[in-house]
Design a protein around this ligand. Structure first.
Ligand SMILES: [Zn+2]
Ligand SMILES: [Zn+2]
Length: 256
């Protein structure tokens, strides 16, 4: 963009932090950036669920011990709390594509801080975003997961491939109670290029891992299409129960 045009646009729409709204520091200011909390171990070796470091935990959570998961590993870069909530909201629902690079950059930083080893990214052949339904894509103008996938793919030096289609529109998962989310995404995805999926080790990318229903369904579809392995990597996941405000008080009350 011509510097004069840029300058004019800056006058009209002064650059501001997308998380806190402060003028001058776009798209995420240093203060908000410093408040973003990376997920640190201990976590479940398979699904990445964060364990209370004060509790003595097994290497895997009860859920992963009790059943086979359609994915080999799942990890999230940061907790969905603080400035990240507003940044993700602006990214997804206000068309702030400019946030793709810094939010994808957080995922790359998390890889450097240890997730590359935990996710075993050397065992990945291809990076794939969770797709949007074409109607949602038209409405939003871009697929936020695809923008994150671009950043991650560059960091792990693997190609991005759209291996899945969303063949059925679904309700936004955030609008549904956890129990209904699995049914909402059932049969919502289809393999796009079966011959490109077979035998591949896929790193599947999305913005949020909440109940994991969407990602797990995508992983199932990929495995049914003969993907060798699927790993899940998301920008964020919610704080675990034991970290939520009042958890200490509830635990203390329960122990009385
Ligand atoms: Zn800020
Ligand atoms: Zn687990």
């Amino acid at each position: 963009m011509h510097p004069l045009v840029r300058g004019f646009l800056d006058l009209l729409y002064p650059p501001r932090c997308e998380a806190c709204g402060r003028l001058g520091a776009a798209p995420i200011c240093a203060e908000c950036r410093s408040e973003i909390e990376f997920v640190e171990p201990p976590v479940c070796r398979v699904c990445g669920e964060p364990f209370d470091p004060l509790a003595k935990a097994a290497p895997t959570c009860p859920r992963c011990r009790s059943g086979r998961r359609p994915f080999a590993r799942a990890r999230a870069a940061a907790y969905y709390t603080g400035p990240l909530v507003q940044a993700v909201y602006r990214f997804k629902y206000h068309g702030q594509m400019v946030l793709g690079a810094p939010l994808g950059g957080l995922m790359c930083e998390a890889l450097e801080r240890g997730l590359a080893a935990e996710l075993e990214v050397e065992n990945v052949d291809v990076v794939c975003p969770v797709p949007l339904h074409p109607s949602r894509l038209r409405e939003r103008g871009f697929n936020q997961s695809a923008l994150l996938a671009e950043e991650v793919a560059e960091a792990v030096a693997r190609p991005v491939k759209r291996l899945l289609d969303r063949v059925r529109p679904t309700l936004p998962q955030v609008e549904l109670p956890p129990a209904s989310r699995r049914a909402n995404v059932r049969d919502a995805f289809a393999p796009r290029l079966q011959e490109e999926i077979a035998g591949q080790r896929v790193l599947l990318i999305d913005d949020l891992f909440t109940t994991g229903a969407t990602l797990v369904e995508c992983a199932r579809v990929l495995r049914r299409a003969e993907a060798a392995e699927v790993r899940l990597f998301t920008l964020a996941r919610p704080l675990p129960q034991w970290r939520r405000p009042g958890a200490d008080l509830r635990a203390a009350a329960a122990n009385q």
